[in-house]
Structure formats: C-alpha cells, structure tokens
Design a protein around this ligand. Sequence first.
Ligand code: C2E
Ligand code: MG
Ligand code: MG
Length: 606
Amino acid sequence: MFLCGMPAGQTASGEEARLAALHQLNLLDTPPSESFDRITRMAAKIFDLPIAAVSLTDRDRQWFKSRIGVDHSSIPREKAPCGEVTDTGDLLIIPDLAADACYASSLLGQNGIRFYAGAPLTTRDGYVLGALCVLGTEARAVAADEVDALCDLAAMVMSQIELQHAFGRMDPLSGLPNRSQLMEDLGDLALDKAGTARFAVMVDLGQSHDIESISRIIGSTPIDQLVRDAAGILRTILGQDCNIYHVATTKFVFLSPPDVGEAAYLDFLSTALQTTRKGENSAIGITTAFGVVPLVHGKTDCTDMLRALNSAAYEAHFTASSISVYSDAMDEIHRRRFRLLRDFEDALQAGDQLRIVYQPRVGLSDRICGGAEALLRWRHPQFGDVPPGEFIPIVERSRFGKALTTFVLVSALKQLRAWKQAGLNLQLSVNVSACNLSEEDFAGEVASALAEHRVTAEALELEVTESAVMRDTRIALKHLHALSRMGISLAIDDFGTGYSSLAYLQQLPAQVVKIDQAFIRNLGKGERERTLVRSMISLSHDLGYRVVAEGVETGPEADVLQDMGCDEAQGYFFARPLEVEAFERWLATHRRPASGCGAADQAINE
Ligand code: C2E
Ligand code: MG
Ligand code: MG
C-alpha cells in the first residue's frame, strides 16, 4: 500500500484541522532541541543508517524538527514518503525506492536514497503530525524488532512534544500558547521582523474579582467553560493564522496584522466585540474589554508592552466602547487609579478618611423633606477630597466594593438610630453597587445589619442602577425580591441612562424611579426635552412608581417638575449634600414641625 498523495478517505477539512493542531503546538520553525535529537540519534543507531529525522508535515513541506545526515531543514511535501505516513496514519516501509513506481522519481529517489522507514507521530486526538523516519542509501529489508523500535521511538517523540506542550508553553485549559510563549515569540519577531509596526490586543473577559465572585457562587467549572468558549470565539473572529495567547485566567493576547491603520483596526475590533456580545450567553459578554497597545518589533520592550496591555484593558472597562488604546496620559490616570484603589483599603481602616454626607429629598407639592440620600466622601491624606465619581467606580469594581457598601450602610443605619433616639424619623437611601447584587447573601446581610442597629426596614431605601441589575440579573432579582419582602424600599437610580426599557425594569420590585439629572438639566432647553421628562413621569406613574427628579438646581426647574406631577426632587436648589450637623440644621426648617416628615413617619414608629 505505497500510496502517493492524499488518500481517498482524507478530507480537506480533516487536513485543515490537522494543520491547526500542528500549528497550535508552535513547533514549526523552532530551533533544534537536544531532547528530540537524542531520539533521532537512537533511531539511526538502531537501524545502523546514516539518516534519521523527526519530520513534521506542514501544508506543503516536510519540516525537520530534528535531523541527522540531512542538510536541508525542509523538503517539499509532494512525493515525500513522510507526507504519505501523515496522510495514511500508517507505518511506511519502502525497501527500495528505485524499485518503487511512485518514489523512484521523487526528490529522495533522485538523490540516491534507496531505503525509507517512517512511523507516524500521532497526537492523542488522532492527528498525525508527521513521521519519525530513517533513510539509507542502499536497499534493505526490515526486521520485526526494528519496526517495534521505530514505533517506540515515535511514541517517545510524541511524549516529548506533549511534555513541552504541557509544561511551560501551553495553557492546559484553553490549549493556547501562554505568556511565556508570547514573550518568546515577541523576542523572535524583534529579530525577524524588526521595524514592523502592529497592535497588540488584550482581551479581558472580566476583571478578575468579578470572575472570582462569580466562581464563588456558581463554581469554577462554568468559568473553565467560559474560558474555552472565549478561546473558540476568538479563533473564529481572528482566523487560523492568528496566534492567540492565553496569558492569564481570563485574559488573551493577539497581534494585529503588520502595518494596519489604527482607525480601521479599532473598527474591526469594535465590530467583533459588538457582534459577539449579541450572541446568547456569549463568553465575550458585557464584562469583556479590549486593551490595545501600538508596538514596533525590535523597539518596544516586551515586558513593558504587557504592562501597558494590562493597563489599557483595565481602562477599557471604564469606557463606553469597552476598547481602550494605551497612551502615556492614560498610564498616568491608571497609576492614580491604582494608587486610589490601594489606599482605599487603608481608608476603610483609618476611621478619619471616609464619611457620609446627606442630601435631602423634598416633596415637590409641600417642599417638605421626606428623607435623604447617604453619599460617601473620601478625604485622602495626600490627594485631599477625591470626587466620588472618580473613586467609587474603581472601588466598586474591585474586591473592596462590598466593604464600601457595608461602610455606607452601617454608617447610615447608625445615623438613623441616633436620629430616632433624638425623635427624628427619617428615611435614608443608600446606593448599592453591582458587586453587591452578585454577592451570595446580600439580602441576608442587610437584614442582619438592620437587626443589629435596631432600625426598621421601612427607614431604609436602597438605590440600584439598571446596569447593576443587568450584570447578573438572576441573582440580582433574587436579592431585590428578598429585600422588598422585608419591607425595604427600592429605587431605580439614574433612570434613563441605561439601555433597558421600563417594561424590563418592571420585573424589579421597585417603588421609586429617580430620573437622572441629565434629563433635568435639559428641561430649560426646549419643548422636546420637557415632553421627554413629562412622559417619563407619567409612564412611571402608570406603572405604579413614585418619581424623584435628581439634580434640580433652580426654582423654575422645581416648579416645572411640580406641574408635571413629579413627586419628589433632590438637588442643589434645595440643598447640596450636607455634613450631618449641617443637615440637621437645614432639616429644622424643612420638615413638618411636630412629628418628623413624610412617608417615613408612619414607617419608623416601632
Ligand atoms: P447618585 O447616586 O446619582 O447621586 C447623586 C449625585 O448627584 C451626587 O453626586 C450628588 O452630589 C449629585 N447632585 C445632587 N444634586 C445635584 C445638583 O443639583 N446638581 C449636580 N450637578 N449634581 C447634583 P456625588 O455625591 O458626587 O456622587 C456621585 C455618584 O457616586 C452617585 O450618583 C453614586 O452613583 C455614587 N455614589 C456616591 N455615594 C455612593 C455610595 O455611598 N455608594 C455607592 N455605591 N455609590 C455612591
Ligand atoms: Mg443614588
Ligand atoms: Mg443618581
């Protein structure tokens, strides 16, 4: 059965899969290695022949990972006996090439080779990578024990390949080359392609703490699956020829083609991201971000590039497009973010850096205060007051997100208790982060905190944003229903800035909708803007919500909103967020004289 060319059973797609498996091993065109040469020497010795090789079958060449007695590093695949071994998956013995109809005219046959024996190099998945072969310049018979030895040695070559694959170069989960391989390849490209410009891209499936908290709840197997699925999706997007590196649990890196334009490439990435996100339960989901770093082979330092990639991917989580291109200015921002995050842990312990301010919420018809929103403030020992809009999104995305909410919640409950003891019955609203809604027992912890501080559930309102709920809707809804059953009021914060429809939000057991200040700011602009707010109010009322306008800065805005039937308002027109003493002074003139204020009154009478 000495065949030439592709056997009938071998399909083109089977060959593509085989080539993909071979390329994934990253063995082709790598330098010689003693561990393979040792086996080749042994094969030559056993057969007492001058030529032996570990020959890998690429698309149209036989490339020698190890060779003895051969000058070339490769020969054409066409009419190469090793190519036949690959195509058939069988051992091939050609006792005399000169007498063989097919191989007499082959390159080897023409160059004086008479004898060939080759054993297939087969992976566990059944892909034949090539052959371990011995060749001689005289016709020769083969003994059975020689055949056995050749097959054993071929198995040793495969063990060696698997060993390299498993240790140090490949990620066992994704089967993709890892960070060490990326570094080595970049080192090679610095020599071979010096001066070529490209983009390196890091795909971050989700920030590690997200993944950690998700895996605490649902276990690590789905995360493994997520990583494998993501690897598959990237392969589809990027094609077989692109090397994708798996550099950390949820991070992949790949390089753009050489010399592509930035705008066109970002366009490609953006389309790829949008398309995959639309897929049902796609592994490349809403928490995925792309960090992009321009590089020039031979000039860009590889370690520095990886740091820049991490920095850009981290930044990308804060951008609307989820794609961020590295720049020096961004690096500055990133360093400050990193510093803030590191220092926030100290701030939680310090006792004098974090405090709560209170912004009153006022009934529009009677201009009486019914409660307040608790807002966190941080005075950093070096940076001074850090804007909440700067540090809160950073902390919320980190492992300290939970501690942040606990700090605000406990401070608010202590304050409610103190006010109650002083005869002041108020309701306080506390902002809840997305990370709280994916916690295992958020509702239970709120219940314990209420009990510990002896505050009734009705005195507490929790504000959630649409996006926080959407991150892990199933778990979020579970918590929100439990909190609602306890009697805690729920408000949809920053309403109108998310992407969800009111119909979707109806699933939430919320009582209050807080219209985002962006809409209120536009009230003076024109009739269209006013119509929008009027419709938001009436639609919310129709669905049974109480409506609060955020960011009311002027008397006319308050009046317009009152005319539109908006229930309550919050904003600088009434009061800025106030320190506790200032709030108490302000309250003295803005609450019902005798018994406290608003809806909270009935609720807090224990
Ligand atoms: P938010 O929950 O929508 O809070 C309202 C924000 O609007 C506050 O900003 C408040 O100071 C500001 N504001 C109120 N009235 C006006 C006004 O008339 N004009 C203008 N221009 N702004 C007004 P702040 O305190 O800077 O907080 C910003 C955001 O940070 C908050 O938006 C909230 O998302 C977050 N945040 C603040 N404190 C906490 C907290 O304790 N926990 C969590 N998770 N997030 C918080
Ligand atoms: Mg809020
Ligand atoms: Mg808001």
